[in-house]
Ligand binder design. Sequence first.
Ligand code: SF4
Length: 296
Amino acid sequence: MHDFPISYIEPVFRPPSEAHSLILPVTNGCSWNQCGFCEMYTQPQKKFRARDEAEVLEEIRRCGERLIVQRVFLADGDALVLPTRRLLNILRAIREHLPEVRRVSSYCLPRNLRRKSVEELKELADAGLGMAYVGAESGDDEVLARVNKGETYASTLDALDKLGQAGIQRSLMILNGLGGQGLSEQHADNSARLMNAAQPEFLSTLVVSFPTGEQRFRAGFPDFQPLDRAQLFAEVERLLQGLELRDTVFRSDHASNYLVLKGVLGADKPRLLAQVREAIERPQQAKLRQEWQRGL
Ligand code: SF4
């Protein structure tokens, strides 16, 4: 749109649940950009930089003149890398110029929060930051090292605890199949352990996939043996069995998943486990997505 108040550098990504949000880039790319399974920000135009603060504030002001929005997603890959002061300026401008906004969210890397205190995060929460999407990917240190995530079980839990204490909702992502056949069980067990310790408000699983090839991934994980469909289900079953969550919305409905699962954990754990068992034992009868239906 020629006169849209925000300028974007494509491609731009957002979580599925932010489909109706105003996407506001406050950074370009991802400050880490080294995960072996991720090619979201590898194109040259997506090289990481913080966007000019005055430009972002002016875009918010111009959005206020033309748009009515209720949700804003701060892009790109890890907006929370910005200093707290700058984030507060952005959140305050949103509040001033877009007063209908009910929730601001962003992706967050655990490393973004190492130098932010709980008090700073509380300030951000008070200024409107309501949700952080954290791609934990796994709770297993060996898997995290193989895929070059740059995080550990401990660093991820530390960030999740800080967010929780600040009152910012946590939406977690775990990548089904990320450890391959060799590390599948420890991937499931330690991911469950991490979720149990963090008790996130939202949890989703995606299936690891390589739409543009495995070269980058295999450089760090040369003996990776992908899971077949039945093995992916077995891994999800093991993860679900290990989860002891009190009140977490669980979703496995991303386009990469063969089996769509939705529920609230712990209440729906028996039903979700029964659905996975059905997919393992009677795949013809279970409602599975076919390969062509998986939009990768
Ligand atoms: S931190 Fe996220 S956006 Fe950055 S490289 Fe890893 S998966 Fe991709």
